[in-house]
Design a protein around this ligand. Sequence first.
Ligand code: ASP
Length: 439
Amino acid sequence: MIKVVKFGGSSLASAEQFAKVGKIIHSDKERRYVVPSAPGKRNAKDTKVTDMLYACYEMVEREEDFRVQLMKIKERYDSIMNGLHLKLSLEEEFRKISDNFKNKMGEDYAASRGEYLNGIVMANYLGYEFVDAAEVIFFHEDGSFDAEQTNTVLKARLEQIERAVVPGFYGSMPDGSIKTFSRGGSDITGSIVAKAVHATCYENWTDVSGFLIADPSIIDNPKPIKTITYRELRELSYMGASVLHEDSVFPVRKAGIPINIRNTNAPEDEGTWIVESTCHQPEFTITGIAGKKGFVSVSIDKDMMNAEVGFGRKVLSAFEDNGISFEHIPSGIDTMTVFVHQPEFEGREQSVISSIHRYAKPDSIELEGDLALIAVVGRGMRSTRGTAGRIFSALAHASVNVKMIDQGSSELNIIIGVSNADFENAIKAIYDIFVTTRL
Ligand code: ASP
């Protein structure tokens, strides 16, 4: 049995946090492969090492003296190493980094050093072998991730090593230069490593005890989600719930490996399990609620629209021409409404309106802005009668006017459109009816 464990920046921000991580790893022999992020924030006012590196490299590009900034980064590592009483020096590494900065090795190289150095420190602390991600994680010429080559090389390499640390966030291009994933990308590295070693589980350690049913800034002490499927997670993350990098589910999902989100500061909590499928009914009918503000509805009216072949295509062409993607399209007999992101749409609204008139010749077009979309997600909804009824009576009781309803054909989610001003109240009403009163 092999577990791959990834630790986020806040879990590795200081010597104290490293010590907690060491305890977690040593408490389970199966935790054989470790993927660290760069040191994160020690408190709300602190700066992540990755951000310090980006800032330092900007100075390099502006031809400014970057030595003081680089020394501040070195101090972060020195304080961790001193706190852990390690007999390790990063002098030589920092000299190399400084030379490479002078030679303008690039922003990705700069950012990746946060994980690279933390990997060296972590390996030394644990007594594990250090494997530079540049030697085992690969990108194609066009910058996309090369899953095949990575899996072959990584698998062969880790088969030889009983216990290893592979830094997150970066890999190498065909020409050997360093490339990073997008921000938060150490989650992806963890997933890739889990797949390569056929792990029984990918533990992703962070600073919260898993996913919560709703946003804690809206609901006081929301209940945690014990188990969530990959598809439910996708629906909720799309609607703004975030703990894990979106792309990190793909490698493990294809290999049938579950992800367990855990809390470094509360290791006794079981956290959230993300699985492909489960026969366990969720504790509540709904698994989670998430939502986003800032949508516009574009309502298009035309008599006899229902009989006109190609009407929908013509309307959508107007959005495509303006480079705007749509979210939802609820429709009636003579009406069709297109929901779009307000910030993306605002600058181009008049151009979209004239394109719709040109292509689809509608009777009228009406815009309504400042709308919010809320997704109520749950595999349990499929087998429960009256879910929609409960949602809408709760919203009516809370005096929330529902502007749009869209139930996905998978019966996994119901999307509700309300005005931005009603957003928080709507989420509270839905949470209360399903979780607090558990109807
Ligand atoms: N250190 C990188 C970031 O801050 C990657 C990560 O932590 O996953 O985005």
